[in-house]
Design a binder for this molecule. Structure first.
Ligand SMILES: Nc1ncnc2c1ncn2[C@@H]1O[C@H](COP(=O)(O)OP(=O)(O)O)[C@@H](O)[C@H]1O
Ligand SMILES: [Mg+2]
Length: 238
């Protein structure tokens, strides 16, 4: 096994315009994408572009989806590394492995997506050996972030903002919070997701106070049951 076995290359394309965002997040992300579209022109005026983004908050509200959508909007590859996998892997020098992943992303001018970003501080409280390793890892990461080139984008995601080292937090130019969608947002989501189904099935009761991921699962489960029930009604009695 090599470090590249830990990287996920996801070829599925997610269209940024189809992701549901809060207004503040939408505005911030549109701005970043535009900065990278016009990176050459902005460089002429020595204007640096933002390229270090932290997405935090509720699970199932679109952090991973956002990273993929940014990559797709900019026609960039996405290199995905789950930090809990990196930290728990028995691949030896974790810092060296992290550096190799950064190198790959930089070579590809890619979007580098570090998921479960809070895992980077996790070993600190355990035994001495691990805490030395974790300190090295945090220092390496700080350096890698500081020298991260402008034509790449670093997106990190966590459900546990409070666990993240303040020295790391300071490095992000954008910190976007993902919250459970409100009723209006979920209604828009239901409307959109139900569109493709036969009209007589679209009136399912709607659940609220749940994440987009949960709403999507609920829609899929309901629709499968209803469609199968419809199909079974059509089977001629024998
Ligand atoms: N904001 C959103 N807009 C559209 N779909 C979403 C959104 N959030 C979640 N989903 C749906 O739920 C699934 C899981 O979301 P994900 O982005 O993995 O959440 P997170 O990374 O925040 O836990 C996605 O694949 C997508 O189908
Ligand atoms: Mg995720």
């Amino acid at each position: 096994m090599s470090i590249f076995d830990l990287i996920i290359i996801d070829p599925r394309k997610i269209v940024l315009e189809q992701v549901f965002f809060s207004e503040a997040n939408k505005a911030a992300l549109d701005q970043v994408v535009k900065e990278h579209r016009y990176i050459g022109e902005l460089k002429k005026y020595e204007l640096p572009v933002d390229n270090k983004i932290l997405l935090h908050g509720q699970s199932g509200c679109g952090k991973t989806t956002t990273a993929k959508a940014i990559a797709n909007a900019l026609n960039k590859n996405i290199v995905i590394l789950n930090l809990s996998t990196l930290v728990s892997s028995k691949l030896g020098e974790t810092s060296h492995n992290l550096k190799m992943v950064f190198d790959k992303a930089i070579r590809d001018k890619a979007v580098l997506f570090l998921d479960e970003f809070d895992q980077i501080g996790k070993m600190r409280s355990t035994d001495d050996h691990d805490s030395g390793e974790m300190r090295r890892l945090v220092n390496t990461l700080l350096q890698l972030i500081d020298y991260f080139p402008h034509d790449c984008i670093l997106v990190c995601a966590t459900n546990f903002y409070d666990l993240i080292d303040p020295a790391l937090l300071r490095r992000f130019q954008l910190k976007l919070k993902y919250e459970l969608p409100g009723r209006t947002q979920l209604d828009a989501f239901y409307d959109k997701k139900l569109e493709r189904f036969p009209e007589h099935l679209r009136g399912i009761p709607r659940n609220y106070e749940i994440s987009y991921a949960e709403a999507e699962d609920y829609i899929n489960t309901s629709m499968k049951a209803l469609i199968i029930a419809d199909l079974e009604k059509q089977v001629p009695a024998t």
